[in-house]
Design a protein around this ligand. Structure first.
Ligand code: BJW
Ligand code: ZN
Length: 257
């Protein structure tokens, strides 16, 4: 990591009114949740592309349920880390702050982020593959092949390959990316679209885009700088310096009254 980039990020954030963030699996790595690509990314020999498609579910719903049940248990057993907490703190420091995540683990919400755009759905809900009705994913849902009252199979309310992202959530994330002064890309390989396109759109519309990731990704060429360190180290470090320079927005607005 270059000290210069740290200062440049702080400088850009200190001047920014509109900040938007895109997170991926790397932000939860230090909570013990494995990332998708790279070491440890396979589940019982299956790549994510083998279990996260509607075709996989049609072929073998029990396999897909087993995969997501294990993921849900891991998410419930884990806790938010210092990166999730720092992002929750940042929410109160800018006139506009938008957090979009590709993660389905719910850890941003549990860390205290009030508004989280879950681009790829959530492990907290299921929906019927037949009639589309949705409900919370509770422990009483039988493992294997749980069914809806209409006779259809329930499935995790997750966005699989080939499926559209939730329209309203996507629209808002795109708007935030296009209007951001600073865009932070945290812990994502940037391999999966359309989410990765948000960072490119932000850069094209003039945002200063910074990557927080120990590894450079294929998107790095669009960015103004990077912190090459784990998110749970980089984000609290950024927030500590930032907090000394920016009052809370609630405080800002009460100053004006
Ligand atoms: C750390 C760290 C630490 C580690 N700190 N960092 C060809 C070209 C372009 C696109 C396509 C194409 N062929 C098909 C497509 C489309 C497809 C796609 O993008 N495929 C690519 C793989 C090629 N996309 C889709 O299908 C999407 N839908 C779509 O396009 O719909 C079109 C449509 C429109 C209208 C009607 C109908 C259809 C949907 C994509 C859904 C993705 N879903 C998944 C699985 C479900 C969620 C789940 O089960 O959890 O979402 S895939 C998986 O990848 C998951 C993730 O959210 C997503 C992104 O992964 P992420 O988060 O980036 O993780 P990793 O593992 O890749 O990277 C981790 C990073 O962290 C690494 O960089 C590490 O270095 C870093 N790191 N430790 C900071 N401590
Ligand atoms: Zn149904």
């Amino acid at each position: 990591m270059s000290g210069g980039d740290f200062e440049r990020i702080i400088d850009a954030l200190s001047k920014a009114d509109r900040v938007a963030v895109l997170t991926g699996a790397g932000v939860s790595a230090e909570s013990g949740i494995p990332t998708f690509r790279g070491a440890g990314g396979l589940w019982e020999g299956h790549a994510i592309e083998d279990v996260a498609t509607p075709e996989a579910f049609a072929r073998d719903p029990s396999l897909v349920w087993d995969f997501y049940s294990a993921r849900r248990q891991a998410a419930l057993a884990s806790s938010p880390n210092a990166a999730h907490r720092a992002l929750a703190e940042m929410e109160t420091r800018f006139l506009e702050f938008h957090l979009a995540t590709q993660n389905v683990d719910g850890l941003h919400g549990r860390a205290g982020s009030r508004r989280v755009a879950e681009l790829h759905g959530s492990l907290e809900r299921v929906r019927c593959a037949g009639c589309g009705s949705a409900r919370d994913w509770t422990d009483d849902l039988a493992f294997g092949r749980p069914r809806c009252g209409c006779g259809g199979l329930f499935r995790p309310a997750i966005v699989w390959f080939g499926e559209a992202l939730p329209a309203e959530v996507w629209r808002e994330a795109e708007r935030a990316a296009r209007t951001a002064d600073v865009y932070l890309v945290v812990g994502t390989s940037g391999e999966v679209y359309p989410a990765a396109g948000l960072a490119i759109a932000a850069a094209r519309e003039g945002a200063a885009v910074f990557e927080i990731n120990p590894e450079a990704t294929s998107l790095a060429r669009f960015f103004s700088g990077a912190l090459r360190e784990p998110a749970a180290r980089a984000l609290p470090r950024l927030f500590t310096v930032l907090a000394s320079r920016l009052p809370e927005t609630d405080a800002r607005s009460s100053d004006k009254e």
